[in-house]
Ligand binder design. Structure first.
Ligand SMILES: [Zn+2]
Length: 358
């Protein structure tokens, strides 16, 4: 009877309890497996996020590295469009720069100012080629100062200098370019848009106030003393009231000015650098930059006075006022500053980088 009982218990154990224990274990294993799987997924997600972060960081680093490892070798030879003849001439970059520096800055300026101009012109050239997106078709850049930057052939340049100065002037220009060979101005590793102008009138202008759009961090307003010593500093444009009205009517046919009311012509707003932002002419408000172009003023730093039936625009400075002032560069050079200091004065937070294009 005992044996029967033992067999019966064993039978029950084998048929019901053992499978139950095994099932529980199996369930535990499954649960364990699920936990483990989830945990692995979490890890995978963490890993993915980490990988993503790493990728982002790598991309950022790559961008930074890419910025300073542009392939500049392609700029060794450039194609210049001569706007008068529409001919395209191929020349070495630095040979082109001899023609730019000698066209853009007087050779009797200080050598350090000429060197600054050479580095600025080299930077401007490379930036234009990189960003102009085929503006001049086959050509890399043109010789028009209002479009790209001025350029003059050696022959034409020499013809305009006195005999006694031809050789020394040319050598000075060549030295300014050669002694800064391979140097360009960069911000965060990329070539800057190196704007320059003739005379800032003592303070440069931010790019936004001239062209609108986004501001360039390296084109901030900076001051320079001593620019009043140059002939470009002060100028005047005088017009009769009829001349004034007719010029305005070319752009604003519906303009109406009451010349008996002195407040009908007045400057209504200035920029941070004290240039004219807007002028009220009768029923119309006109931007200072537009007023400059309508009346051919040398800059937007002006005031308007009346003398009988005539209006006089008294202007300070020459050019848009953005970036390096050339007379300012000469002033700083006279004070003993080197071209690197001059460049860093006019372009905020920049570096001078060596590139290889030969
Ligand atoms: Zn051009």
């Amino acid at each position: 009877m005992k044996k029967i009982c033992i067999y019966f218990i064993a039978f029950i154990f084998i048929c019901f309890i053992l499978p139950a224990i095994l099932t529980i274990n199996q369930e535990k294993k499954e649960v364990m497996a699920t936990i483990s799987e989830n945990s692995q997924k979490d890890n995978e997600e963490d890993t993915r996020e980490e990988t993503q972060e790493n990728t982002n960081m790598k991309e950022t680093n790559n961008e930074q590295i890419a910025d300073i490892t542009y392939n500049y070798t392609q700029y060794g030879t450039i194609k210049v469009l001569h706007t008068q003849t529409q001919e395209i001439e191929e020349m070495k970059l630095d040979e082109y720069l001899y023609g730019v520096v000698s066209a853009e800055m007087p050779a009797d300026y200080e050598i350090e100012a000429l060197k600054a101009q050479a580095v600025v012109a080299r930077t401007y050239t490379i930036y234009q080629i990189m960003n102009s997106k085929g503006k001049h078709g086959e050509a890399s850049i043109c010789d028009n100062s209002t479009c790209c930057q001025a350029w003059i052939s050696k022959e034409d340049r020499l013809a305009r200098w006195e005999d006694s100065k031809k050789e020394s002037n040319w050598n000075k220009i060549v030295n300014a370019v050669n002694q800064t060979a391979g140097q360009i101005i960069t911000y965060n590793g990329a070539p800057i848009d190196a704007f320059f102008h003739s005379n800032s009138g003592g303070i440069t202008e931010t790019a936004t106030n001239v062209w609108g759009g986004t501001n360039f961090p390296y084109l901030q307003s900076v001051e320079t003393s001593g620019e009043d010593a140059y002939s470009q500093y002060a100028s005047q444009v005088e017009l009769t009231k009829d001349e004034l009205l007719n010029k305005l009517k070319e752009s604003y046919p519906n303009i109406q000015i009451d010349f008996n009311n002195n407040s009908d012509i007045q400057i209504t707003e200035y920029t941070e650098s004290k240039r004219v932002r807007t002028v009220k002419f009768g029923n119309i408000q006109i931007a200072g930059t537009k007023v400059r172009s309508i009346f051919g003023l040398k800059s937007t730093n002006f005031n308007i006075t009346r003398n009988g039936d005539n209006f006089i625009f008294s202007v300070i400075g020459y050019g848009h006022g953005v970036g390096m002032s050339q007379t300012g560069a000469d002033t700083l050079a006279k004070q003993g500053q080197k071209y690197e200091d001059i460049i860093k004065h006019y372009y905020t937070g920049v570096e001078i980088s060596e590139i290889n294009y030969v």
